[in-house]
Design a protein around this ligand. Structure first.
Ligand code: RIB
Length: 310
């Protein structure tokens, strides 16, 4: 039976420009390619988990515009329960202008729009649906008050939670997120969160251990092309990445989390689920776009077979 995942998070319309290089100030520069796509860290994580076969409930806010209707249709197309995707009257939907360089590296701006209007009351209204979830996923593209409320709700109701601390939130106090079962920062976010220098895996292990000592059960640090590090009371373990030729790295972190969540709620252990997640994210960066790059279960199985044959 499929596991059930709840996502309380953002959705954005991604406006992706592939550039040869970024223009200088005052310069106009032609770019070779543009695409629109469905994005937003919350929606991306929801879609990755749904593509792999999890049942997903989405709690999110769209604007009362054409992008909002398109986002709702996108959730439904992926079989995601969108009954708690509501419309903020008079607000624009979230958008994300994204620039992708030939190396696959990305730069992202977010205009949160309606995402800023997702409230604790919206979460409470979805409580019936969220109670049946095996794991709740959260990120930081919605009001922090709503994130904190959901983490506390998860703890009080026995529903495990995973907080992805992206995008980086300066001044975020680790004590305010200690209700999270899993905390998933990248190295930059980990440094900001702990005030410690994070340069390499040893530093990351020390900084993540300080969060475990402060009461967070499990910290998973994403290390990009170097894989991920899991740190809990038993210590730190490194899960290596797989080598691929990157085309577009946008949404790789979300692919990692959606896939981790799917495999974890299917009963895999934490390290095994991280092993699947680094492979799923690696596959995603070999394709352009954000959600458009996410494999379904059959494509992912074929990719894993290819890797083990190589
Ligand atoms: O993590 C990638 C996502 O960040 C993009 O889809 C964009 O919408 C922003 O939310």
């Amino acid at each position: 039976m499929a596991g059930r995942i709840g996502v309380v998070g953002s959705n954005m319309m991604d406006l992706v420009t592939f550039v040869e290089r970024m223009p200088d100030a005052g310069e106009t520069l032609a770019a070779p390619r543009f695409m629109t796509g469905h994005g937003g860290k919350g929606a991306n994580q929801a879609v990755a988990a749904a593509r792999l076969g999890s049942a997903v409930v989405m709690v999110s806010k769209v604007g009362d515009d054409a992008f909002g209707a398109a986002q709702r249709a996108n959730f439904e197309r992926h079989g995601i329960d969108a009954a708690h995707v509501t419309t903020a009257e008079g607000a624009a939907s979230g958008v994300a202008p994204i620039f992708v360089e030939p190396s696959g590296e990305n730069r992202i701006l977010i205009v949160k729009g309606a995402n800023d209007r997702l409230t604790p009351d919206d979460v409470d209204r979805a409580a019936g649906a969220l109670k049946g979830c095996d794991l709740l996923l959260l990120q930081l593209e919605i009001p922090f008050e709503t994130v904190r409320h959901t983490l506390a709700w998860g703890k009080a109701n026995g529903v495990p939670t995973l907080l992805n601390t992206a995008p980086a939130l300066p001044g975020l106090d680790p004590a305010s997120v200690k209700d999270a079962t899993f905390l998933v920062p990248n190295e930059g976010e980990l440094a900001l969160l702990t005030g410690l220098l994070v340069d390499g895996e040893d530093d990351a292990a020390k900084a993540a251990s300080s969060l475990v000592e402060a009461g967070i059960e499990t910290v998973i640090v994403t290390l990009g092309a170097r894989g991920a590090l899991v740190v809990d009371e038993a210590g730190a373990r490194h899960v290596p990445a797989v080598r691929v030729e990157p085309v577009d790295t946008t949404g790789a972190g979300d692919a990692f989390i959606g896939s981790f969540a799917h495999h974890y709620v299917m009963g895999q252990g934490i390290e095994a689920a991280i092993g699947r997640a680094v492979r799923y994210a690696a596959h995603a960066i070999t394709r352009p776009g954000t959600q458009a790059s996410y494999a379904d279960a059959a494509e992912f199985a074929a990719f894993c077979r290819e890797l083990s044959g190589s």
